[in-house]
Design a protein around this ligand. Structure first.
Ligand SMILES: CC(C)(COP(=O)(O)OP(=O)(O)OC[C@H]1O[C@@H](n2cnc3c(N)ncnc32)[C@H](O)[C@@H]1OP(=O)(O)O)[C@@H](O)C(=O)NCCC(=O)NCCS
Length: 153
């Protein structure tokens, strides 16, 4: 019997051929998902787009913009079967590293008020709530506020 050697999971740049897998996860984890066009526009715009991959299988991704010394994390997702294993934290730390390398001074993100799991992760890495945007997100039967969070880099 031969043991199957698994490649170590890695974070790499997102490329157009990843988009189908990315959008499949996006639709599993969000009720109001980004479209494939949103992700390909992000790639075309030169945003910082990364995926988590193991043996050719994509199981997480994120998108961040940087400008005027501000980084904005636009989205971050881990496939349902891979959540709760530290991958969200690893990917977020990677984005914080990119923002620091690019000499951003602060990093911002919006999170749904009801998304306690994500807010806990952000707080664990030092993000603090600095405000709220009323009715920022679509929600079932209405809109939902976002919490605006900031990390001083
Ligand atoms: C929010 C999200 C990105 C977090 O990613 P994740 O990989 O599940 O996060 P982590 O595993 O790093 O941390 C989650 C929890 O698992 C725990 N954990 C981490 N590694 C662990 C391990 N090896 N064993 C057991 N628990 C572990 C963490 O302590 C953390 O606990 P908490 O719930 O008390 O905070 C992910 O759940 C997700 O994609 N959700 C849907 C999309 C979403 O909401 N995105 C954010 C939009 S703003």
């Amino acid at each position: 019997m031969s043991a199957q050697l698994q490649e170590a999971p890695r974070i790499r740049r997102m490329v157009p051929s990843d988009l189908e897998a990315v959008v499949t996860i996006e639709r599993e984890v969000f009720l109001f998902p980004w479209t494939q066009g949103n992700f390909s526009d992000s790639l075309d715009a030169g945003y910082h787009c990364r995926v988590l991959e193991q043996d050719g299988h994509i199981f997480g991704y994120g998108v961040m913009t940087i400008g005027a010394e501000e980084a904005h994390l636009l989205t971050l997702s881990i496939a349902p079967e891979s959540q709760g294993k530290g991958w969200g934290e690893k990917l977020l730390r990677h984005f914080i590293g990119i923002a620091r390398e690019q000499l951003a001074l602060t990093m911002f993100l919006d999170v749904r008020e009801s998304n306690h799991a994500a807010a806990r992760l952000y707080e664990r890495l030092g993000f603090r709530q600095i405000g709220k945007r009323k009715d920022y997100y679509p929600a079932m039967g209405g809109r939902e506020d976002s919490l605006v969070m900031e990390l001083v880099l």
